[in-house]
Ligand binder design. Structure first.
Ligand code: ASP
Length: 433
């Protein structure tokens, strides 16, 4: 097959063209045209992915759990998955903290720019602080309460409630394991065929990905820059060093942490995994949402890496909702950067507090665009940095969101591969990437 017919190349072409079109549109003052005529195609692509996320998680997780031979296996896989998720998040946070302390990006922002940023983004920052405050008022174990749905249809009606769907599916899967086979078979057959249907639907949606990604990129660029490209250039100059530190951290974590996990704990190579995951990473980059990317991640991990459905259907939806290494790393860098910019010194205890709160915050971060910066407010407050400081970084947040979402999705897929390897859960003949 010629290279340009491969899906990931087509998506890359869509992405680059979208980027170029966005820059041109901002320079020429076409942002109205872009939002009226280009952006809707991106929205359609995004909605198609979100449309199948809930049925996919439900069908694959119920079949996955119900096909396990016993509950011991479920708790073993569950325990292992959560332990690795937390472990990798802590490593990501440490990488972020080491880099931000080493390179001190906050020391490079001129006073004048700092004041300007604080003024320009004051309203947006205030809105973020208020959203975070309404969360912080609740009980510390509220996330546990939020995991349990009070009404199935309510849970299934919002992609923000994915964890509730995961809870319901595991619960229903366990129930199915406990009733006689002849009684559970009709339901299992139904979910199995629903699962096959949804995976096929993902493949169809992905044919539209190059256009969807083009539109999403063009829209993102014009909405950040408006009709004034100079403004985005100014922001990138002022915050460029900070962005580079976050990006360096994300790259180090992906290559070093995930690369070593793949090398030492799975029969795959990093190259194979990266090739298989490329379409999911590109969708993550252009949607900034690990929730919307989940169907693509699941399809790639099962079909291209050969991870069994039993493992992927459990590890990936859980990961998309609770495992956010990229977000954690970014939050650690951002918290210290804001402190550095306003001349505050964070000692070791404060930085350890960041690690602790960021692990919890990244679990509680919704898998949607911009969720990470809301949870950052909680981290800032835990170490006494004024939360209005998020105004300093809001201007470049979308760009970093795109990048951290790629890390989040790669982390979930890496852990699924490691867990599958440790359980001997690879399908015998995975389709080559
Ligand atoms: N957009 C990220 C995700 O969906 C979350 C965040 O960091 O804002 O994974």
């Amino acid at each position: 097959m010629p290279w340009y017919r491969k899906l990931h190349w087509q998506i890359i072409i869509g992405l680059v063209l979208g980027l170029l079109f966005g820059i041109l549109a901002a320079a020429q003052g076409w942002s109205g045209f872009t939002s009226d005529w280009i952006a809707p195609w991106g929205q359609i692509f995004l909605r198609l992915l979100l449309l199948i996320a809930v049925p996919l998680v439900l069908a694959s997780l119920i079949t996955g759990v119900a096909s396990l031979s016993d509950l011991k296996k479920l708790s073993r896989i569950g325990g292992k998955t959560i332990a690795i998720y937390i472990g990798t998040t802590v490593i990501a946070l440490i990488i972020g903290l080491v880099l931000v302390n080493l390179f001190q990006p906050g020391a490079t922002v001129p006073d004048e720019m700092r004041e300007k940023l604080q003024m320009t983004f004051a309203d947006q920052a205030q809105a973020g602080v208020e959203t975070a405050a309404s969360r912080a008022e609740k009980s510390p174990i509220q996330p546990l309460v939020d995991m349990v749905p009070g009404n199935f249809f309510e849970a299934a009606s919002s992609n923000r409630n994915m964890l509730q769907i995961v809870f319901f599916a595991i619960f229903a899967g366990i129930g199915l394991l406990m009733i006689p086979k002849d009684k559970s078979k009709p339901l299992l057959d139904l979910f199995e065929s629903l699962n096959d249907l949804v995976i096929r639907m993902v493949e169809i949606i992905m044919l539209f990905a190059p256009i969807g990604v083009f539109a999403l990129m063009a829209d993102t660029i014009t909405s950040i820059a408006g009709d004034d490209l100079g403004q985005i250039m100014e922001l990138i100059t002022a915050l460029g060093y900070y962005c580079l530190v976050v990006l360096a951290g994300l790259i180090v974590h992906m290559f070093l942490t995930y690369g070593s996990m793949i090398k030492f704990f799975t029969p795959k190579t990093w190259g194979e995994v990266a090739r298989a995951l490329a379409p999911a990473q590109l969708v993550a980059f252009s949607t900034s949402s690990s929730g919307a990317t989940l169907p693509v991640t699941m399809e790639r991990v099962e079909k291209e890496l050969g991870v069994s459905e039993e493992v992927s259907s459990f590890v990936l939806p859980l990961g998309a909702t609770i495992n956010m290494d990229g977000t954690g790393l970014y939050q650690a860098v951002a918290a210290v950067f804001i402190a550095q910019t306003i001349g505050m010194d964070l000692d070791l205890t404060a930085q350890l507090t960041i690690v602790f709160t960021a692990v919890l915050a990244s679990i509680g971060t919704a898998a949607v665009p911009g969720a990470g910066i809301i949870m950052l407010v909680i981290i800032l407050e835990s170490v006494g940095v004024p939360s209005a400081g998020i105004a300093l970084i809001l201007g470049v947040d979308r760009i970093l969101d795109m990048c951290r979402t790629v890390t989040n999705v790669t982390g979930d897929a890496t852990v699924a591969t490691v867990v599958a390897a440790s359980e001997g859960e690879f399908k015998t003949a995975p389709v080559p990437a």
